[in-house]
Design a protein around this ligand. Sequence first.
Ligand code: DP6
Length: 345
Amino acid sequence: SIHVASITAPVNIATLKYWGKRDADLNLPTNSSISVTLSQDDLRTLTSAACSAQFTEDKLWLNGEEESLGSKRTQDCLADLRQMRQQMEQADSALEPMSQWKLHIVSENNFPTAAGLASSAAGFAALVTAIAKLYSLPQDMSELSMVARKGSGSACRSLFGGFVAWEMGQLADGTDSKAVQVASREQWPEMKAVILVVSDEKKDTSSTQGMQLTVRTSDLFQERIKTVVPQRFDEMKRAIVARDFEMFAELTMKDSNSFHATCLDSYPPIFYINDTSKKVIRLCHAINAYFNRNVVAYTFDAGPNAVMYYLQENESKLLPFFYPLLSTVEGWGTKFTAETLQGFE
Ligand code: DP6
């Protein structure tokens, strides 16, 4: 017989960036980070996992194409999950020996892969939770987040909805480097996010390579992880719990700029944001100056696409500011449509 489980995992967008590893094998970070998980209806990965005594090898299909399952990251995740299942089987001999069976995994994104739209985060979060469901594992989301983390650091945050912290931890084996929820979606339902797709091309420097270069070569980075981020981590958690958008927005924008500054300070430098991204940054600051308070916050990951956060009540005030840009920014109008502009729940 064949057993199957399916699940969707959403993308998360960091407002306090993970950038730098202290252990590249286990994906242990040099700083804690915070993100907002987008709604399942928008950017997500849908994964189905099947296992059977009849399967002869592990197989993976990604967006319709068969992919090698040989990557160390994927192998590490599968090994952890099988071990968890094996513990259950040892405790209860009535259980089927699924831990010994091969897996077939089918995974599909509803957005471009590797365009700096956090596809690896949703991908590994979905892989881990689909297999955890297939195996009926008793582990909670924080425990499973440590497995997803080995696949891709940012993936650990996609196991929770709402506002999520990845606590960097101190231990060398990574058993305290896990995701926890800071606040649920319902605790701050007015928060919206919109993604401006500046480019859906594959990014130049992968996050993994980029952060390794930054850790090795940037002096500014040392300052960031020692003094800047630890304080900002506490402040941002407080801002979220207090639903203080003014503070949340300031910290989010500053942290995006700090992260991209360490990219520029890497040697040779890494450029993720482009001229269009910079136009968006200037426009957001001009809007906030016009309203005399922060009504919008921007953030950029390892690519030029802008993610903006705002409160629902300000949406109709905000959007008109972006319409004039549609015609002036080349290659933008096509993506920056009403469809792209829908608020993420
Ligand atoms: C800029 O999680 O993709 O999006 O752990 O090497 O897979 P790996 O890196 P990844 O890096 C994400 C970097 C970021 C910031 C963030 O999401 O916190």
